[in-house]
Design a protein around this ligand. Structure first.
Ligand SMILES: CC(C)(COP(=O)(O)OP(=O)(O)OC[C@H]1O[C@@H](n2cnc3c(N)ncnc32)[C@H](O)[C@@H]1OP(=O)(O)O)[C@@H](O)C(=O)NCCC(=O)NCCS
Length: 152
């Protein structure tokens, strides 16, 4: 398995696979939302634009049979502290449990350190046990909890 960083051209060359992975990742993490083809196309275009502008960074994992997973992250400032926000990390079903997500995360953490940022953050659904296990194995801690209340 190999982890590569992707520029905007690489992203465009892999449009179909990345759009499918974005769709599947949104479907896992927002199961009650309508994740339409238009919505996915819009997110893909956003990824291309942000990458071209240097506001988004992409890592792709290649395993036997092609791209097995990817991650999309962007730097932001949190009360004056530079952090990297991991917006998406996804591994195709047939490639799971082989250390691909861990390798993607390790590549991201190494890059974050090399850019002089001292923290990585992300959101995770409370019922996403696989992602929560991945993050806690890497040493992530819960800093804030996002709460909602339906008012009808
Ligand atoms: C979460 C996800 C990225 C994990 O990918 P993966 O390549 O299968 O994970 P890895 O094989 O690298 O596993 C890394 C660690 O996470 C843990 N883990 C991964 N999947 C797990 C599962 N289903 N149950 C329990 N632990 C799990 C493993 O214990 C492993 O720890 P170890 O390396 O110390 O043994 C993958 O399940 C996925 O793409 N899910 C759908 C998208 C998603 O939810 N993304 C996260 C959004 S916040």
């Amino acid at each position: 398995m190999e982890i590569r960083t992707f520029d905007a051209n690489d992203i465009l060359k892999n449009k179909e696979t990345l759009t499918e992975m974005l769709r599947d990742n949104y479907r896992v993490n927002f199961p009650d939302k309508d994740i339409s083809p238009d919505f996915c196309r819009e997110k893909f275009e956003m990824l291309v634009t942000n990458t071209k502008e240097g506001n988004a960074f992409v890592w792709a994992a290649f395993a036997e049979g092609g791209m097995g997973g990817f991650a999309w992250a962007f730097p932001h400032e949190y009360f004056g502290e530079k952090r990297l926000h991991i917006n998406h990390i996804f591994v195709k079903k047939e490639h799971r449990h082989r250390g691909i997500a861990r390798s993607l995360m390790e590549a991201i953490l190494e890059w974050t350190r090399s850019m002089g940022m001292g923290c990585v953050d992300l959101y995770v659904r409370k019922d996403n046990a696989a992602a929560a296990a991945l993050y806690s194995r890497l040493g992530f801690e819960t800093e804030r909890v996002y709460m909602t209340l339906k008012v009808e």
